[in-house]
Design a protein around this ligand. Structure first.
Ligand code: 13P
Ligand code: SF4
Length: 310
């Protein structure tokens, strides 16, 4: 670590203490952000942490929908987003008008919104899910017909696990995960025949089908660091490597190279947050997440419902 980096971290620590702030970070954040975070987790764990914190300020190092979720769960707290340009392209694929129309066309269906949605779309949902709990939540619903937005692949994965229900899938997708083909993983498997394959359910169906394990980022970490294979092929964003190597450095975690998208399974949006930007928002209390009261009130209901089920 350089002297400049050390100084920057010292400044962040001083500000965090002085302002009673907490830094929450997703696993796809840069390694240096993961290292200074008070808590790192998957979307569900981060939502829970955001709800439980006693801090006055939450600095959310993740993409916009994650910071918005923290605000919806904590309307009285100041939630700061290090870089407002860090959005989720998949969340932006589901529009308020489009989802509203679909809901009106199928009044007998439950609208299940992946947490990767913008706050206005959450107001239209009956329940929110994350990649960790989607199957469990959908099984618990009384409705037999499900409108699932926006990820067609997580929706398809849930539909496979809950065949007794009918699904209408929004055609959204996560560009970094979508671009990971089964051939890329099989090529690696040829090189490491004893390896296990763990992927995120945002991967396309054909890729998930060849995996030994499909789960959220935290679940992948748990599987990869504890399974009996020495080599584990990981089908998710490359930011996970940092935690995997910290938690169990005795294994070999193999990430595919994906020539179509930034070199690997790489979420350019997640990487828009930096230590500099974290310091800046803590110091000046800028980039605050502000949502209309009505949106907070309406979006809170499906989020609370999820948190009650799981
Ligand atoms: P997790 O809930 O598994 O952390 O996923 C969040 C996400 O955006 C994956 O692309
Ligand atoms: Fe969105 Fe995909 Fe990036 Fe996750 S990895 S934040 S779903 S673009």
């Amino acid at each position: 670590m350089t002297v400049a980096e050390r100084t920057l971290i010292d400044e962040i620590n001083e500000l965090r203490e002085k302002k009673n702030a907490v830094i929450l970070a997703h696993y796809y954040q840069r390694g240096e952000i993961q290292d200074i975070a008070d808590f790192i987790g998957d979307s569900l764990e981060l939502a829970r942490r955001a709800q439980e914190t006693n801090a006055d300020i939450i600095v959310f190092a993740g993409v916009k929908f994650m910071a918005e979720t923290a605000k919806i769960l904590n309307p009285e707290k100041k939630v700061l987003h290090p870089n407002p340009e860090s959005g989720c392209p998949m969340a932006d694929m589901a529009t308020y008008e489009g989802v509203k129309k679909l809901r009106e066309e199928h009044p007998d269906a439950a609208v299940v919104a992946y947490v990767n949605t913008n706050a206005d779309v959450k107001t239209l949902a009956d329940v929110i899910v994350t990649s960790r709990n989607a199957v469990k939540v959908v099984k618990a619903l009384k409705e037999d017909k499900i409108i699932f937005v926006p990820d067609q692949f997580l929706g398809g994965f849930v539909a496979q696990q809950v065949p007794e229900k009918e699904f209408i899938l929004w055609k959204g997708f996560c560009p970094p995960h979508f671009n990971l083909s089964p051939e890329q993983l099989l090529e690696l498997k040829e090189k490491y025949p004893d390896a296990k394959i763990a992927v995120h359910p945002e991967c396309n169906t054909k890729t998930s089908e060849i995996a030994d394990f499909v789960g959220s980022t935290s679940q992948i970490i748990e599987f990869a660091t504890t399974c009996d294979a020495e080599n584990v092929i990981i089908g998710t964003e490359v930011g996970l490597k940092h935690q995997l190597e910290k938690i169990n450095p005795n294994k070999n975690y193999i990430f595919p190279v994906n020539a179509d998208y930034c070199g690997t399974v790489h979420c350019c949006d997640m990487k828009k947050n930096t230590l500099d930007k974290i310091k800046e928002v803590l110091e000046n209390e800028t980039n605050e997440i502000v949502l209309p009261e009505e949106v907070i009130e309406k979006a809170r209901k499906p989020l609370d419902r999820m948190l009650e089920i799981v």
